[in-house]
Design a protein. Structure first.
Length: 267
């Protein structure tokens, strides 16, 4: 069984500014897999918003910590190994509270029955273009459980929302950065770090044998948890400060540069 693992954020990290996985990065990932490493996508995207991109580019990925740790899957497939949800009624309460506070909030919601998004959401996540026309109200979407509640504001940044929203959502839910100009609300204690820890325990990989790459606030938990956390050169100063190493940017094959060195040193 592989004893080492590399976990990679996608947007802003593995993907270049045009949203592609460059050939040098593909070669590095496939070399890691050939060397016996687990290769894991760790992203804010749910599986259906990442699988086509990954499978069309390379077969190197073995697993995914998706939806910021709320969904963990195995490739190919993907086969869902774990899904962490919360009551749809709790999501609806949050939406109602925020709307009562400020009508400039917008939302996207995934439940066990489907997905809805309001005007302005797709523009914040270019990878979602083609998702379809926006919905008038995400609360028209029914369901027993919420899989993801995403919040954005027409005049405030995601980093501002990270400061504003925790007092609104309560102790049982948490606010995390989505990886774009929006935030995600989900069960407290669930993030990329906890998802990666769950997967590594299942695979028998120790934290000190994990290398994690990221560029944003939603990557902080896994950069701290991994034995070697790598921040991208295009990351903000806070993310760089908590990492063990800073790679070149995602426009300069940063993941490949570091991974090639690590693979060489491990021979």
């Amino acid at each position: 069984m592989p004893s080492r693992l590399v976990a990679l954020d996608l947007d802003g990290t593995l993907l270049d500014p045009a949203g592609r996985i460059r050939p040098r990065s593909v070669a590095a990932l496939e070399a890691a897999r050939a060397a016996g490493w687990w290769v894991v996508a760790a992203t804010g995207r749910p599986p259906h918003m990442a699988t086509d991109l990954l499978s069309a580019t390379t077969e190197a990925f073995s697993h995914g910590v998706m939806g910021n740790g709320t969904m963990i899957c195995a490739f190919p497939g993907p086969e869902l190994l774990l899904e962490r949800t919360f009551a749809n009624s709790a999501a609806r309460v949050v939406v109602a509270r925020l709307r009562a506070t400020d009508p400039r909030f917008g939302f996207a919601l995934a439940t066990d029955t489907g997905f809805a998004h309001e005007r302005g959401f797709v523009e914040r996540l270019p990878a979602l273009h083609g998702l379809g026309e926006p919905d008038a109200d995400v609360l028209d979407l029914v369901g027993e459980v919420a899989i993801k509640l995403m919040v954005f504001h027409h005049d405030r940044s995601a980093h501002e929302l990270l400061e504003i929203l925790p007092t609104v959502v309560g102790d049982e839910l948490q606010v995390s950065h989505l990886g774009a100009d929006a935030v995600e609300i989900g069960p407290a204690g669930i993030d990329k770090g906890s998802g990666l820890a769950w997967l590594c325990e299942r695979l028998g990989v120790a934290a000190h044998d994990v290398v994690a790459f990221g560029d944003e606030y939603n990557d902080h938990s896994m950069l701290r948890w991994a034995g070697h956390g790598v921040a991208m050169g295009n990351a903000d100063s806070v993310t760089k400060a908590l990492a063990d190493e800073v790679a070149p940017t995602n426009a300069d094959d940063g993941v490949a540069v570091v991974l090639e060195r690590l693979l060489h040193d491990s021979r």
